[in-house]
Design a protein around this ligand. Structure first.
Ligand code: FMN
Length: 303
């Protein structure tokens, strides 16, 4: 019997539904699936109060982690680990960072093949790079990657996702698409578990090649990568400013968060549309470079 550990953090349950669908055809009499949600010592609120939502920004980007419970009665001989994470401010969510930095992760991940599964709004490329660094430091290797993103697309989800997080309503604006991943996309994740089931029975997790090829596991939009990189650089400056302005949830932080929020809105209304236009023109001359970039970030599983 082979054992697969599925470790994840899901606040609203969206990622959990993805993983339940993913694993529904993975387990059988030969393969045991061990689903383990990460539990927090102090839960985050949902819906998020405005300032609490932004107060997590510095800790997420600077990967400070938070207090989590230890996972009880884990086995030692997992053949494969599925790491399910969401993206917070273009970084892995704080609970996932905390878990990856724990002593327990050091033991569990050592020399283990890992399939990473991300379910987020839209931008996961830099977060996945950060997860890969964490996994490398634990002596494990990513053998496959699956990414699911919101149905409203990269621009509209800039509005629909925060409104879902701040109000709990996935369809806050009736004229806009619903926030989150479509049920159809979630249901279709069974294909990954089915493939892993047959691959594990052939010991393919011990080989170096990906197991989830030709299943549309990921689709990178290279045009967004430059935006992610620019935003990430500005995140480093703003997160430091917010940290300098006070302790978590302090009045000082609220002041800096307010300034940052106004800056963000102005950026969205001015620089972002101009940037989209400039990139559209520039991309006409960079088709090959963009394609190469997409292929690089779509590794190991590919489209
Ligand atoms: C504090 C916070 C920050 C987030 N930042 C991002 C982000 O930068 N990029 C992104 O694609 N999604 C972002 N999201 C959305 C999450 O990745 C995810 O889609 C959402 O939280 C639902 O996941 P869950 O309920 O399964 O945990 C953020 C969510 C939260 C709560």
């Amino acid at each position: 019997m082979k054992k697969v550990l599925v470790v994840y953090y899901s606040q609203t349950g969206q990622l959990e539904s993805v993983l339940k669908s993913f694993t529904s055809k993975l387990g059988d009499e030969e393969i045991k699936v061990d689903m383990r949600p990460i539990q927090l010592k102090v839960k985050y609120p949902f819906p998020w109060p405005f300032y609490t939502f932004f107060d997590e920004f510095p800790e997420a980007v600077q990967m400070d982690g938070c207090e989590i419970e230890e996972l009880k009665e884990l086995e030692e001989d997992y053949a494969l680990i599925i790491l399910g994470y969401t993206v917070w401010y273009m970084s892995p969510s704080i609970p996932i960072t905390a878990f990856m930095q724990s002593q327990q992760a050091k033991k569990i991940f050592k020399n283990k093949p890992v399939v990473t599964v991300v379910a987020c709004r839209d931008m996961w490329v830099l977060a996945q790079e950060k997860v890969k660094v964490l996994l490398n430091s634990l002596d494990s290797r990513v053998i496959d990657h699956v990414a699911l993103t919101d149905q409203s697309g990269s621009v509209l989800s800039l509005v629909t996702l925060p409104m879902w997080m701040l109000t709990g309503n996935k369809k806050f604006f009736s004229a806009l698409p619903q926030a989150g991943i479509t049920q159809e996309n979630i249901d279709n994740c069974t294909r990954f578990g089915e493939r892993l089931n047959s691959s594990l029975k052939q010991d393919k997790e011990k080989e170096s090649g990906a197991m989830l090829k030709n299943l549309a596991a990921v689709s990178v939009n290279a045009k967004l990568i430059a935006t992610e990189k620019i935003a990430n650089r500005s995140f480093l400056v703003w997160t430091q400013l917010i940290k300098w302005s006070g302790k978590k949830y302090s009045f000082g932080r609220k002041v800096t968060i307010t300034i940052y929020f106004v800056f963000l809105v102005l950026l969205l209304l001015t620089v972002v549309p101009l940037n989209i236009l400039a990139r559209k023109i520039l991309n006409i001359f960079q088709k090959e470079k963009l394609q190469a970039m997409e292929e690089k970030y779509e590794l190991p599983s590919g489209k």
